[in-house]
Design a protein around this ligand. Structure first.
Ligand SMILES: [Zn+2]
Length: 196
């Protein structure tokens, strides 16, 4: 039905977060019905993003400039907020109350999944911390077992630098990823952060 190109498109959409075959078919039908206003602009936007957006060498954020706009912003305070994913970084930016820089770990420690410190950007974080003076390091880990294990590991590694370490206040719901929290909750958890 519809030829291999159409099948392929539906298959690709169906694998995106929050979508399945049903919603993928609906999206593809809509795109094809509105070829000029939806399909072609989307194809062009995807091509442009694929060509220009890269992970920042310093913090891991995604941006079309390198280093990213946050890392090159001279108004940012000398604090690092350590997050699991770029989605978490963006959630904190949307909350609008943090004015430091970030470090994206690219995952969490997990014995179950066989993910150790070398699979994350921990070495790069320690190198950044060593390279200059920082006022604070905030560990903004999700409230999961893996998030707690990762936070604990980072505290041990960062303690020798004698920089104030803090973590988000409880209020981040157990099991919750930061990116799904509303901005108010996230802002409150950040403002009420406590010593790690
Ligand atoms: Zn950056």
């Amino acid at each position: 039905m519809g030829g291999p190109e159409l099948e392929r498109l539906i298959e690709l959409f169906a694998k995106l977060p929050g979508l399945g075959p049903r919603s993928a078919r609906r999206i593809v039908l809509r795109l094809l019905r509105e070829r000029e206003t939806r399909l072609l602009p989307l194809a062009e936007a995807m091509r442009a993003a694929a060509a220009s957006v890269r992970a920042c060498d310093i913090c891991g954020n995604l941006d079309s400039i390198a280093p990213c706009a946050i890392c090159v912003d001279p108004a940012r305070e000398p604090r690092i907020c350590v997050v699991e994913t770029v989605a978490d970084l963006w959630a904190l930016e949307r909350a609008g109350i943090y004015h430091g820089v970030y470090h994206v770990l690219g995952g969490l420690l997990s014995a179950l999944a066989g993910r150790g410190p070398d699979d994350l950007t921990i070495a790069a974080l320690l190198a950044r911390v060593r390279a200059r003076r920082w006022d604070e390091i905030i560990l903004a880990m999700p409230a999961t077992v893996e998030g707690a294990a990762t936070g604990h590991y980072l505290v041990e590694k960062l303690k020798p630098f004698a920089i104030p370490l803090s973590r988000l206040a409880q209020g981040v719901p157990m099991g919750g990823a930061l990116e799904v929290l509303d901005e108010g909750t996230l802002a409150t958890a950040l403002l009420a952060r406590r010593t790690a």
